[in-house]
Design a binder for this molecule. Structure first.
Ligand code: SF4
Ligand code: SF4
Length: 429
């Protein structure tokens, strides 16, 4: 099978053997309502209210939305205005934990008997794609089996970004939940085959999942070469099934559904306990981390400043939600852990090459060869500068997934991925 571009990156996965540790209850929790694609939930609580663990504190009737739950028991001390790192404005609920972790009434396993009740349960759990996409999972599960039948469920365990090892720990610590979650999806969504896809730099995870599934014919473990961006949806679909998701189409048009490994493990845990999404497993790492690098189970809403203090990384020059290739830079350590956060990486100046000036394009073509979608990033740059939106469309700019391969290989240090983002904004306008 032909390979789709991509690049070899140093792994820096020094936390791969770090077992997940509970981070503990912070002094303050800040929970933004803007944590998923789709309609934004409205706060259901007000200043002075007492809340309990798992209580719904944000919701909307819109289908394309995921409710938000309190990870702690305590008192709502404020409802504040909040700006996401991507610039989206939202309300955020501030909670002072009481340390008792009193569970909300009605936290019991959901009643699931068919596809409809399965999708309803997943919606009520507040689940969004835990690999970082923040797409409400119940919407993905609601495909129309008559229009776009799905025969293969792909479990994305590539974790191709350097540093991040949270999904690797999920394989090693939650293998039973992973297989249980897969079997639930297969049963209630009617998907006959499943491929668990793991990069070859996680041999322990591959061995464990092969052992765990040796007597389950419907589930196959697929080893993929560690090449970035192996975990990108179109790339993992092609490399595991040979199918191509055409421009403007969804994975369901190619007969597949892709779920992140932590997402499917959470589905099983929720089906067993009824506890909604209130914590996240994250990797803490990066060159500015002086202590406690590793994997932690952290309450959603924990301030990043608490993480940096714990890691001795308060002097970091750059802090990222997620990996160095596709992560989002934080503009303030007051930002909190979100449902989509899978890592907090803190870097010194040298590591991020801050301050290196770009030089002129030498037309070497490296960016096109590295692009997994065969796009021409250097031509995006020219078209953007002249505001030639027709050329941007012809060059298929909307396909760009901001993976950063082009910027990484460019010998002239051109800010290609940043330009692509600005050009997309120009097209949107
Ligand atoms: S950022 Fe866009 S243009 Fe650059 S390599 Fe990735 S998909 Fe291709
Ligand atoms: S990799 Fe950089 S220098 Fe080479 S063609 Fe692309 S933009 Fe130009």
């Amino acid at each position: 099978m032909k390979s789709l571009g991509g690049i070899k990156l140093p792994h820096y996965k020094s936390t791969a053997t770090s077992e997940t540790v509970e981070f503990g209850i912070p002094e303050k929790i800040l929970i933004p309502m803007s944590q998923a694609m789709g309609a934004m939930p409205e706060p259901l609580v007000k200043k002075g209210d007492n809340v309990t663990v798992g209580q719904k504190i944000g919701s909307t009737d819109a289908f394309m939305s995921a409710p938000i739950h309190s990870p702690v028991s305590g008192e709502v001390t404020d409802i504040v205005d909040y700006i996401n790192p991507n610039g989206v404005r939202a309300k955020a609920v501030v909670i002072k934990p009481d340390g008792l972790q009193t569970k909300a009434d009605g936290i019991t396993p959901p009643e699931i008997s068919d596809k409809q009740s399965f999708i309803y349960a997943v919606r009520e759990s507040g689940l969004t794609g835990l690999g970082g996409a923040a797409f409400p999972t119940h919407v993905k599960l609601s495909f129309d089996e008559l229009k776009t039948p799905i025969d293969t469920l792909i479990i994305n365990g590539a974790e191709c970004e350097p540093y991040i090892t949270a999904d690797n720990r999920c394989f090693l610590e939650d293998a039973t939940d992973i297989t249980d979650g897969i079997l639930l999806c297969q049963k209630y969504l009617g998907i006959p085959h499943c491929k668990i896809c793991i990069e070859d730099n996680k041999p322990e995870a591959i061995a464990l999942m092969k052992k765990k599934t040796e007597n389950i014919n419907a589930i196959e473990v697929v080893t993929l070469p560690s090449k970035y961006p192996q975990g990108a949806e179109k790339v993992i679909i092609y490399h595991s099934t040979g199918r191509v998701v055409m421009e403007g189409e969804l994975p369901s048009n190619a007969g597949v559904m892709v779920l992140n490994v932590s997402t499917v493990a959470f589905i099983a845990n929720y089906a067993k306990t009824g506890m909604p999404l209130t914590t996240k497993r994250i990797t803490i790492d990066g060159s500015a981390v002086k202590q406690n690098r590793g994997n932690y189970n952290v309450f959603i809403g924990t301030p990043i400043s608490d993480i940096l203090k714990f890691a001795g990384a308060e002097a970091a020059k750059k802090i990222l939600y997620g990996g160095p290739m596709m992560g989002t830079a934080l503009f303030s350590p007051d930002q909190p852990i979100l449902k989509s956060t899978n890592a907090i990486l803190a870097f010194d100046e040298e590591e991020q090459q801050i301050g290196i000036e770009p030089s002129n394009c030498i037309r070497c073509g490296s960016c096109t060869r590295a692009c997994p979608l065969n796009l021409m990033p250097m031509r995006f740059e020219t078209a953007y500068k002249t505001e030639d939106t027709e050329a941007l469309k012809k060059l298929r700019l909307p396909l760009c997934m901001s993976c950063g391969c082009c910027s990484y290989v460019c010998p002239a240090n051109r800010p290609l991925v940043e330009t692509n983002l600005l050009a997309k904004e120009l097209l949107r306008k």
